[in-house]
Ligand binder design. Structure first.
Ligand SMILES: *Cc1c(COP(=O)(O)O)cnc(C)c1O
Length: 392
């Protein structure tokens, strides 16, 4: 029965087990440890001979409900919640890589994923090759006998590039590689990588899944076998475990994910067209616009284009900074997926660790700006953009 539910129903009901009190809402089980009825029972739980909770780093009833719900939404056998999106990315990768292994990843990835792979992994003898994931032959050419994992996110900063998940999954399967996709920008409501043959999905739940800007969290979804290993080895031993209170907040946020995303996408489409037609805007990057690399996959791989837009102003860095300083409704902040509309300047903020040359290669100009479109009235958002654009 649950399997047949639409995603709008699943975000509310999937994975829910009514508590003995009859409470409508999942109770928050804010306990670090769990008491055994007897010494024998404790021993049996540790041996795995009897189900039941032991210690919250190994599992917690509130967190378990979030994990069941996320697995149902992504169409996965299982899921594990983590303390941050980066804990999800690092745990999923480390569970599948060891010293001497090689990883092929998209050269455009989230900033900390980039430094994890290029700086941290290097220290542990894990090698990485970064390629343009739009170029399928470049991916194939980068694969070596030691390659174990393919990793990408789609759409991805800074230009919202979209990659073909069917094609990437096929390459992974043909070469017996584990494919991992960061689905943060889309959420399972707009894109389900596992249905395209991808093995593991990771999320920063900090963004749309929670949706209220008050939690840092992550989730990993995949097969029972993969999640068992990630949960009871990597996450357990590295310790990036989600707090039950944060799991409870995300469960609350998830209930409105379907209605929130509809508004995020509606607003973003309006703003993308508004910006496209403004004389002071030279370029708009949004997968919902014809001509964008993601447009052909709209309606198949991605249900809608999401709530993030990048654009370039006709001017130098000074004008871009003056523009965002003049906005009154948009907040100048990184992150995305919140009720509040946010704007940031990648060259000096999210991509500031890049050298000038690396920025140029990645196409991150000094006039590039990124918006996470919020849930406000789109007329008020356009008025705010209008008055600030008039000033530059
Ligand atoms: C924010 C983000 C992350 C990192 O998540 P945290 O919750 O901040 O650790 C990873 N990937 C993408 C695409 C993100 O937007």
């Amino acid at each position: 029965m649950q399997d047949k539910w639409k995603l709008a129903t699943k975000v509310i009901h999937a994975g829910h087990i009514r508590s003995s009190s009859g409470a409508l809402v999942t109770p928050l089980c804010q306990s670090a440890t769990f008491v055994f009825d007897s010494a024998e029972q404790g021993g049996e739980r540790f041996a795995g001979d009897q189900p039941g909770y032991i210690y919250t780093r190994l599992g917690n009833p509130t967190t378990a409900e979030l994990e069941r719900k996320m697995a149902a939404l992504e169409g996965a056998e299982a899921a594990v919640a983590t303390a941050s999106g980066m804990a999800a990315v690092s745990s999923a990768l480390l569970a599948n890589l060891q010293h001497g292994d090689h990883l092929v990843a998209s050269k455009a990835v989230y900033g900390c994923t980039f430094s994890l792979m290029t700086a941290q992994f290097l220290r542990f003898g894990i090698e990485v090759t970064l390629v343009d994931f739009n170029d399928l032959s470049a991916i194939k050419e980068a694969i070596k006998p030691t390659t174990k994992v393919l990793f990408c996110e789609t759409p991805v900063n800074p230009h919202l590039d979209v990659f073909d998940l069917d094609a990437i999954a096929k390459i992974a399967q043909a070469n017996k590689l584990v494919s991992i996709v960061d689905n943060t920008f889309m959420t399972p409501l707009l894109q389900q990588p596992l249905t395209h043959g991808i093995d593991i999905v990771v999320h920063s739940a900090t963004k749309y899944l929670n949706g209220h800007g008050d939690v840092i969290a992550g989730v990993i979804c995949g097969s029972n076998e993969q999640i068992e290993q990630i949960k009871y080895e990597t996450v357990k031993d590295l310790g990036g475990v989600l707090s039950p209170h944060d799991a409870w907040l995300i469960l609350r946020g998830l209930k409105t994910l379907d209605v929130r995303l509809a508004r995020h996408c509606d607003n973003a489409e309006c703003l993308a067209y508004y910006l496209l037609n403004h004389e002071k805007v030279t370029k708009v990057y949004y997968p919902g616009l014809e001509g964008h690399s993601g447009y052909p996959l709209l309606g198949t791989q991605m249900k809608r284009a999401g709530g993030v837009i990048a654009f370039e102003l006709n001017g130098a860095m000074e004008q871009s900074l003056q523009f965002i300083n003049s906005l009154t409704l948009f907040s100048i902040a990184v992150s995305l997926g919140d009720a509040e509309s946010l704007i940031q300047h990648p060259a000096s903020m999210t991509h500031s660790p890049y050298s000038e040359q690396e920025r140029e290669l990645a196409g991150i100009g000094e006039s590039l700006l990124r918006i996470s479109v919020g849930l406000e009235s789109v007329e008020d958002l356009i008025s705010d953009l209008e008055q600030a654009l008039a000033l530059v």
